[in-house]
Design a protein around this ligand. Structure first.
Ligand code: C2E
Ligand code: CA
Ligand code: CA
Length: 716
């Protein structure tokens, strides 16, 4: 038995045999009858019908002659004797066969049937009857026998498992390949009807039997489903595919069954071929699986998950229930991938997906939408509140640390939930809204879930608008810098300024950096924008330094993405060189977020900046982890106390203590301290008393446009 596809030639041979049989039947139909009459001496007195002309060119040849006086071939002598005897007894006779040579010398076969006729007085008056030329039929039968022989040879010799059943459904042929495939020997199969019991699932009928029974398409379909289909190659034949679990290891078989017909077109049986297509089926299944399941986590992929969502929506609609779509995004996964490598990230994803899968019921759907995004579908809900414990469980499934490649780490996720039909009736709408809710969870500090509300989409809409406008903003000159002076707390002199970016968009109006900087970071646009800030701030600084010939430090904020840009140090070096500025006039402000990530890279950046005499400030100190470790590990020059501490100073009793401690600690580490957001005289006085080095804030000056800052400098 081969596992290959049905070979066309075998199929074609079977088809060929069928057309041959059909042609033979057509021949048989051409044969025609005639009538004859004999007198009481058995001499012919009349003939009618076209058929007789094939026996003799002139009908008159027979008139007045007896049948046995004609050129009868010796092959007919037996029937002739019987015929004679019948006539002597004045009996009716049927189908005596004669062979004669006609006037053209061709051997013709015909059968004769007749009934005696009597006069009114009851006297024998001769015979009347019919003749039928069976020459063609005889030839057809002979050809059919040959065909049948050829057929059985094909069946026996075919590499395709094939067997033949007769009109009684009994197996007449069972070839070697059939033995191999089914394990049933021909000796056991031939002559039986049901040798495949245990091989075929009873009561599954053999396709050949169906074909033999002449079941109509609809009937076959009605009883046995769509797996039986009319063959495209062989008229009247069927094919089917089916799985047989009870064959060794289970097998997929491909069947064809074609009816066998005799010279008269009657079904005499059927031939069926069987082919093992298990391997092909497994391949198909694998491809189908690959198309529907994520190869890493083996969860349903986006395509399948959305397909299920579609089905669940239909079902939920019918049952008047609710359906929840949970959009899950792992927090900070990109950072893990970037710093610990993709192989690590992959393992973590598998672990994470396993935990999510275990948290939900088997009947719920979970899928991977791509990257670190997952979807969970919870149906059959009576009210949306029922999702809350599920969302909580999903979040708390991450509470335990993940152990990957001998590392332990904590991972959290943000979840957004949309509900059918409240938040949408279409899959994409529900998905989009769950995504918005997920974003909201991220912005609320992550490791949280939120239900979708209309307001969230307004936020998303705005985000998209900002990102769209930001793309051309640099080339349209929409960005400018403001400068907020930094003062020496002791002397009250201006020692520098912080460059603060401003964007006024003709479409969106004036935008706050707190709104557009995070978007610039996420879209990557912060890198070119950051270069613009550096260039512009250093150009302005160069003018002020030459104009006022006083020490002046310009502070520029750097976002994590900029800091990781490998070209950053070289670009700064080139810019400083081009403007003939010392590195010491530049102070880069970074937040703790910058320090998470590739250790080696950060260390190198600190070394490079130190070599250029560039200062580095720890911005927003007190808001993040405020890890003292970082302050020890990296060479910072300045620490900036976050403005929230300065602002809480008069209301929160613990704020002054924190400010004290921070200043003392910074000085102990040899760092200078800037207090930002100083708004009142009291604050300033306190900072002075506590030895804070520098300060900036509305008390001194708001961030100013370049011209205004210039004016301020000239009168300082
Ligand atoms: P930041 O680095 O903490 O900047 C100080 C912020 O405090 C500025 O807000 C400034 O206008 C504000 N401020 C100054 N004095 C006072 C005060 O007395 N009271 C109060 N309430 N606020 C005061 P701004 O300009 O809106 O900038 C917001 C943030 O945007 C900055 O926070 C910084 O993180 C970021 N940013 C601004 N420009 C850039 C830039 O060029 N690059 C990067 N990466 N980030 C920037
Ligand atoms: Ca800053
Ligand atoms: Ca700050």
């Amino acid at each position: 038995m081969t596992n290959s596809n049905p070979t066309k030639t075998d199929k074609e041979i079977i088809a060929e045999l069928h057309t041959e049989i059909v042609r033979l039947i057509d021949f048989a139909e051409l044969s025609s009858d005639w009538f004859w009459e004999q007198d009481r001496n058995l001499k012919f007195i009349a003939f009618s019908g076209a058929g007789v002309s094939r026996i003799s060119r002139h009908q008159s040849d027979f008139i007045g002659r007896r049948r046995w006086e004609m050129p009868i071939s010796p092959a007919s002598f037996n029937d002739m004797q019987a015929h004679k005897a019948c006539c002597e007894r004045r009996e009716e006779f049927r189908d005596f066969q004669y062979c004669i040579f006609n006037t053209q010398g061709e051997l013709q076969r015909f059968t004769i049937s007749g009934t005696p006729i009597y006069t009114e007085e009851g006297e024998f008056d001769g015979y009347r009857g019919t003749g039928t030329n069976i020459t063609d039929l005889y030839l057809a039968r002979k050809a059919f026998k040959e065909t049948e022989q050829r057929l059985s040879q094909i069946v026996v010799g075919s590499p395709i498992a094939s067997f033949v059943i007769d009109s009684e459904h009994i197996i007449t042929h069972w070839n070697k390949a059939c033995e191999v495939l089914t394990g049933i020997p021909a000796s056991k199969a031939i002559g039986t009807k049901n040798c495949w019991q245990g091989f075929y699932d009873s009561p599954r009928p053999v396709l050949a039997n169906l074909v033999l029974r002449g079941a109509l398409n609809q009937d076959i379909e009605k009883h046995y489903g769509k797996k039986f289909r009319p063959s495209a190659l062989i008229p009247g034949a069927y094919e089917a595919e089916d799985f047989f679990p009870n064959m060794q290891g289970g097998k997929w078989l491909f069947f064809t069954a074609a009816p066998l017909v005799d010279e008269l077109g009657h079904k005499t049986g059927a031939i069926e071929t069987l082919q093992d297509i298990t391997r092909q089926k497994e391949q198909e299944k694998k491809i189908l699986h690959q198309a529907h399941f994520d190869s890493l986590t083996d969860l349903p992929n986006r395509f399948l998950a959305l397909d299920r969502l579609n089905l669940l929506i239909e079902q939920t609609k019918r049952e008047h229930k609710k359906l929840a779509v949970l959009f899950i995004d792992l927090d900070d996964f990109k950072k893990i991938n970037d710093t610990l490598g993709h192989a690590f990230g992959d393992e973590l994803l598998i672990e994470a997906s396993n935990r999510l899968r275990k948290t939900i019921r088997n009947s719920d759907t979970i899928g991977r939408l791509g990257g670190d995004e997952f979807i969970v579908l919870i149906d059959d809900l009576n009210c949306e509140r029922a999702v809350q414990p599920i969302a909580e469980n999903l979040l708390s499934s991450f509470r335990q640390t993940f152990k990957v490649q001998n590392r332990e780490l904590l991972l959290t996720a943000s979840i957004g939930i949309s509900i059918y039909p409240n938040d949408g009736t279409q899959p994409d709408e529900l998905l989009r809204n769950a995504d918005s809710a997920m974003y909201f969870s991220k912005n609320q500090g992550r490791n949280a879930y939120h239900f979708f509300t209309e307001k969230m989409n307004e936020g998303i809409e705005r985000r998209l608008q900002i990102e769209e406008q930001m793309h051309g903003a640099l080339s349209r000159d929409e960005f400018v810098l403001n400068y907020q002076p930094v003062f020496d707390v002791n002397s009250g002199a201006i020692v520098g300024a912080e460059a603060l970016l401003r964007w006024s968009s003709p479409v969106l109006g004036q935008l706050s950096p707190d709104e557009f900087i995070p978007i610039a970071e996420q879209s990557g646009l912060i890198v070119p924008i950051g270069y613009f800030v550096l260039q512009q701030a250093l150009e302005d600084t160069q003018k002020w330094i030459t104009q006022y010939s006083k020490p002046f430090t310009i502070a520029v904020n750097l976002s994590p993405l900029q800091f990781r840009d490998p070209k950053l140090t070289q670009r700064i070096k080139d810019t400083l060189k081009g403007l003939e500025l010392p590195g010491s006039c530049l102070n880069l402000e970074i937040t703790e977020g910058v320090l998470l990530g590739n250790q080696q890279h950060i260390e190198q950046a600190f070394i490079d900046f130190a070599a250029l005499n560039i200062q580095i400030s720890m911005d927003d100190f007190g808001t993040g982890y405020s890890s003292l470790n970082y302050l020890r590990q990296y060479k910072f020059s300045t620490l900036k106390i976050d403005r929230s501490f300065i602002q809480d100073f008069e209301t929160d009793p613990s704020a002054p203590a924190l400010i004290n401690a921070t200043i003392a600690m910074a000085h102990a580490l040899n760092l200078s301290v800037i207090a930002e957001g100083v708004e009142t005289k009291t604050q300033k006085k306190y900072l002075l008393k506590k030895d804070c080095d520098f300060a900036q804030g509305y008390y001194y000056s708001k961030p100013l446009a370049k011209e205004d800052f210039n004016r301020l400098l000239s009168c300082n």
